[in-house]
Design a protein around this ligand. Structure first.
Ligand code: SF4
Length: 359
């Protein structure tokens, strides 16, 4: 009997979409030995071994079965762009029920850490005015497996360093895909999974308050809020989500979250010329965050030909930063990374550096 004929009727297992115990059990049952299911998971998650043929502690016939029926393939890399500052942007293909789609993720090396910025959706519904991803509209929410596979794909690149930090700040609103994002963070941090530190995973949201209220201290990630405006008038103009949950409600949810979980919140604040960069804005931001355990990241806007927003002058950025120092919480001005390849914050839209706006 040709085993391939029998095996072809069995569905292929999407390994990275399974929680660790389920992954071990499913593979163990497939090859008839639970122990080898655990060995397989360990080869993948501990040793980053993608070649089934080289998993020598698993018997050859079981390896063959795994090769045919367990999918640990990386996502197809459609394009890889390298910035002058070492940032690497990947255009990856994911399968959806309606066919293949494209997402981006960004590798950001620093001397002391390596961060991967991952996507949680194809496109986005949130329509933030300053963001290029918003211009794509929404197409699809990724599975936990698609999210974990972004890390796996980049980890397979031989010239790149091991990823230490993961930020959910790529395409999509993570809390609009809450269950899959939480599942992905459990797989990433599980001691038998990639065993990444929960303190080094950050999930960033525009402020979906009902999901912030549902977070517990067991959720293995830190919370970041994309704030970007200090009054409801300004914020509603640039972030439609503010029409649903006003700043006061958002800040109150953050305050409660921080008390409940004993974790510090990160506030991301994009400095846009004549929109959010005044000294008055700085004072309002300082006051809004004063009684929340948090840190504040100031992000000078990454200009592109695709939006009308501008980066403030260096002098204005410095003035904003120094005003913020009058308040208690830690404040940092983030370095722009990967602008030349459209890999910087808010620039993920599947465009090349040489691309021109449509009109
Ligand atoms: S900033 Fe984030 S949430 Fe807003 S449109 Fe862009 S990807 Fe979506």
């Amino acid at each position: 009997m040709n085993p391939a004929i029998v095996l072809s009727d069995q569905p292929v297992i999407d390994f990275f979409n399974l929680e660790i115990e389920e992954a071990e059990r499913t593979v163990g049952e497939l090859i008839g030995k639970k122990f080898h299911g655990s060995s397989f998971a360990s080869y993948v998650y501990k040793h980053y071994q993608a070649k089934t043929d080289e998993m020598f502690s698993i018997p050859a016939d079981a390896r063959e079965k795994i090769k045919d029926l367990v999918d640990i393939s990386p996502l197809p890399i459609l394009k890889k762009q390298i910035s002058v500052d070492g940032t690497v942007k990947f255009l990856l293909q994911v399968q959806t029920p309606k066919g293949p789609e494209q997402i981006e993720c960004v590798y950001l090396p620093d001397p002391e850490r390596v961060t991967l910025c991952v996507s949680s959706q194809v496109g986005c519904k949130m329509a933030c005015k300053f963001c290029l991803t918003a211009q794509l509209g929404f197409k699809h929410s990724l599975t936990a497996g698609d999210i974990v596979r972004q890390i796996w794909t980049v980890e397979q690149e031989p010239e790149l360093r091991r990823i230490t930090n993961i930020v959910f700040m790529g395409m999509g609103e993570p809390f609009d895909n809450f269950d899959e994002v939480k599942k992905a963070t459990r797989i990433l941090t599980h001691p038998k999974g990639f065993n990444k530190s929960a303190r080094k995973i950050t999930v960033s949201t525009v402020g979906i308050v009902e999901k912030i209220n549902a977070l517990t201290k067991e959720d293995p990630f830190k919370l970041a809020i994309s704030l970007n405006g200090t009054t409801n008038e300004i914020r509603s103009k640039i972030m439609p989500i503010n029409n649903r949950w006003k700043i006061e409600e958002l800040m109150s949810a953050c305050r409660e979250y921080s008390k409940r979980t004993n974790k510090r919140v990160t506030f991301e604040y994009i400095l846009m010329k004549d929109v959010s960069d005044s000294v008055e804005d700085a004072h309002r931001l300082g006051k809004l965050t004063a009684d929340i355990s948090c840190k504040i990241n100031l992000i000078p806007y990454n200009e592109s030909p695709f939006t009308e927003f501008k980066r403030p002058s260096d002098e204005q950025i410095a003035k904003f930063h120094s005003t913020m120092l009058q308040y208690d919480n830690a404040v940092f001005t983030r370095k722009n990374r990967g602008n030349d390849i459209f890999a910087a914050c808010g620039m993920l839209k599947k465009v090349d550096a040489a691309a021109k706006p449509a009109s």
